[in-house]
Ligand binder design. Structure first.
Ligand code: ADP
Length: 252
């Protein structure tokens, strides 16, 4: 699949998008696009519409007005899920089946093998994906027995096994112990260097400023969209976060 995507292709495209769960809009006037190879962080205070925006991008919600496109198709009609790796906010282990890490990663191959069995080449991809995220040693461990950071890595490996072009992560380091967080961001950087496009919803502004190349700062509407270094210098942060700007200082 990665072969289908060239640098600079537009993977996500929102134009004049507005959405409300009720009569009131929680996302308004949003136009933005994400091109192949980018590493974009979406930041904003609690309740500012970040998760809603992500669902609009992925076609899990449909805009009330405006248009959302994914890989060039209307997002709601896009159906090649293997091209997208979605890493949710710490998935609750108790709700997951007691399957092993390798079995989770193997699922990433299912869209490629139909109802068939995995070939040797498929298993090689599974093993390589485990290796890339540093989880080879935990391949036979049940996902319910993993730490938060290990679990997130397992789900990234599943996306890699599916040959995803786009990785979308919703606050992936919530519940991950502090010493694993840096290594987790290093992994994202490695994947981005390898050509995977990353959209990261993140509350930790310090991490965003250290790692992402581009920031979209949201509070219903877009307050800032541009290079991370410019964001750190701009007043968008205080305008979007209001009194909550202290989080930047705390997290640095
Ligand atoms: P964030 O991810 O930035 O915290 P959300 O996108 O989750 O923000 O929420 C934006 C707004 O939409 C909030 O006011 C939230 O209460 C509201 N909201 C989110 N999900 C729903 C839902 N399923 N039904 C009704 N309101 C919702």
């Amino acid at each position: 699949n990665a072969a289908d995507v060239s640098a600079g292709d537009t993977l996500i495209d929102l134009s004049d998008v507005a959405f409300g769960y009720t009569a009131a809009n929680v996302v308004e006037d949003v136009s933005l696009s994400v091109d192949a190879g980018e590493y974009v962080a979406v930041v904003g205070p609690n309740g500012s519409g970040k998760s809603t925006l992500m669902k609009l991008m992925l076609g899990l919600l449909r805009p009330d007005t405006g248009e959302a496109r994914l890989f060039g198709e209307p997002s709601h009609a896009f159906d090649d899920g293997s091209r997208i790796g979605y890493v949710a906010q710490h998935a609750s282990a108790s709700k997951e089946m007691p399957i092993t890490v390798r079995e989770v990663v193997k699922m990433g191959r299912f869209p490629h093998v139909g109802f068939g069995f995995l070939s040797g080449a498929d298993w090689d991809i599974v093993d390589r994906s485990l290796d890339t995220v540093g989880m080879s040693a935990f391949a036979d461990r049940r996902v319910t027995k993993l730490s938060g950071g290990q679990r997130q890595r397992a789900f990234i490996a599943r996306a890699l096994a599916g040959e995803a072009d786009l990785l979308v992560l919703d606050e992936p380091t919530v519940g991950v112990d502090a010493e694993s967080v840096d290594a987790f961001y290093d992994l994202l950087e490695t994947l981005n260097d390898a050509g995977i496009t990353i959209v990261l919803i993140e509350h930790d502004l310090g991490a965003v400023i250290d790692h992402a190349e581009r920031v979209v700062c949201l509070n219903k509407a877009v307050y800032f969209d541009g290079p991370t270094a410019e964001f750190a210098e701009s007043d968008a942060l205080s305008r979007a976060f209001g009194a909550a700007t202290g989080v930047l200082r705390e997290s640095q």
